[in-house]
Design a protein around this ligand. Sequence first.
Ligand code: ADP
Ligand code: MG
Length: 347
Amino acid sequence: MSNEKKELTQLADIGEFGLIEKLTKDISIKNKSTVKGIGDDAAVLDYDQKEMVVTTDFLIEGVHFDMVYTPLKHLGYKAVTVNISDVYAMNAIPKQVTVSIALSNRFSLEAIETLYEGIKMACEHYNVDLIGGDTVSSVTGLTISVTALGEVEKGKAVLRSTAKPGNLVCVTGDLGAAYAGLQILKREKEVYLVNPNSQPDMSGYDYVLERQLKPECRKDVIEGLKKNGIVPTAMIDISDGLSSEILHICKQSGTGVKLFEDKIPVDVQTMMVAEELNLDTTLLAMNGGEDYELLFTIAASDENKINEIEGVSVIGEILEDKKELKLYGRGEGSTTIQAQGWNAYKK
Ligand code: ADP
Ligand code: MG
């Protein structure tokens, strides 16, 4: 053959079973609750005396990610991470995932292997077993669906519905960065579409880009809570933005809340991007979404203990009156919290 370049392998050449074999051949089992993983009609799990939590999410090309600026390895990593985040948000320990993919034939074997590198990297990082999935063809692009399973001691799962008046509202990490990162990626895509020879200018945006493309979930905080003997009274992970998530807790718990603007943690790089793009920093932090931080409530008597855990901010208090849903600004006034969610800035 005259063509010396490394040819990409067409999926049609290896078929469904060939692809599954390539993707799953080097997977080994890490958890004792996994009795049988990939390779049969179903996986077999043994959760013994524990309770099991199950959660699932879809990622659809063009809706949840854009192939122009999403590296496949990062996408695989993120697909697993966002599900693991939901398991931690129940105060459970993630143990297994299944991964289902729908692929159009514009993807090569090599591309899907890159996606799986990211998937396997996240499985290593969070110590979960990849125990199965499904592989189908699609006419419209790439769809990934991940299901995560985890374990928790009987009765110890932390729900959204159990916050109590007087509880303190806590949030991990900082907020708004993932949304800020997405705005930078979108801006550079526009520049590229106008002038395909231009080089994207990503310098100085490393933190917000990483928060968008390769989010981590707060395994460390769940461990820190356990170590310090704190059981949150209610918990949720922040996928759609702080406003939306705190309203879920309040609605389901039948409570109100007051949050303090000056307590909401925001990274300096997020502030910088907000200024550059003419966005209000607080609006970004409240409604940005995709932070995958944890929002939880604790008994007021745990206040000293919570200060021991790195990366947790106390940002407010749960109130008795369920009609009181207030954000207190830096000045005198307060505003009512509204759920705008991750599509807050969509035209
Ligand atoms: P079935 O015909 O029973 O659906 P498959 O041939 O689809 O079986 O899958 C064979 C095995 O490979 C099963 O254990 C399944 O869970 C696993 N599997 C299939 N697709 C994937 C994938 N994309 N990622 C991980 N495991 C997969
Ligand atoms: Mg199948």
